[in-house]
Design a protein around this ligand. Structure first.
Ligand code: GAR
Length: 193
């Protein structure tokens, strides 16, 4: 039986696509039943619609607080029997409503070797520090900013000649391989319990 997952994303959705392609190939035994976005114009929304994935798009400012919109998102997830929440470029801290409903079931990918360069523009932060090695981290989500327990990391070399776009391309090439693999390994571990 495939595992029902929701993807939360605010951006272009290249990781969403990588997850969908892994599902299509059968290397990821999951069924993406929902795409949630907090950005009305995010390109990921059209990607999800093209693939006939249900979308929930919300404006956080239309809600009184985080707990209110997370209650609505929780209802959307529960209505579709979502078992895992996969953050793929969702640029918002997760609050207690979702964390308590999905303990150790919310996963994030971040474009640095955490704990280095948490938060926004991790790629820019790494370039500014002139690091020679950066990478990608997949971690469980807690209430901090990119602070949850690390599940997997992959390093890659960058050089001072690399533009920001080149570094992003290198990072995303790693992300698109790593994220579906890590999600699949978590699903297998959970099934074996
Ligand atoms: C990805 O590189 C992901 O690691 C990053 O946002 C990008 C989304 O790209 N996430 C964070 O920075 C989280 N703190 P995508 O929309 O093309 O998948």
């Amino acid at each position: 039986m495939s595992n029902k997952i929701a993807v939360f994303a605010s951006g272009t959705g290249s990781n969403f696509d990588a997850i969908m392609e892994a599902c299509d190939k059968g290397t990821l035994n999951a069924d993406v039943t929902l795409l949630v976005s907090d950005k009305i114009n995010a390109a990921v929304i059209e990607k999800a619609q093209k693939r006939n994935v249900d979308t929930v798009v919300f404006n956080p400012k239309s809600f009184e607080n985080k707990a209110e919109f997370e209650k609505a998102l929780l209802a959307d997830c529960q209505a579709r029997d979502v078992e895992w929440i996969i953050l793929a470029g969702y640029m918002r801290l997760i609050g207690s409503t979702l964390l308590e409903a999905y303990p150790k079931r919310i996963i994030n990918i971040h474009p640095s070797l955490l704990p280095a360069f948490p938060g926004k523009d991790a790629i820019g932060q790494a370039i500014d520090k002139k690091v020679k090695v950066t990478g990608v981290t997949v971690h469980f989500v807690d209430d901090g900013m990119d602070t949850g327990p690390i599940i997997a990391q992959e390093a890659l070399s960058i050089s001072e000649e690399d533009t920001k776009d080149e570094v992003r391309r290198k990072i995303q090439a790693v992300e698109h391989q790593l994220y579906p693999q890590v999600i699949q390994s978590l699903l297998i571990k959970e099934e074996a319990k």
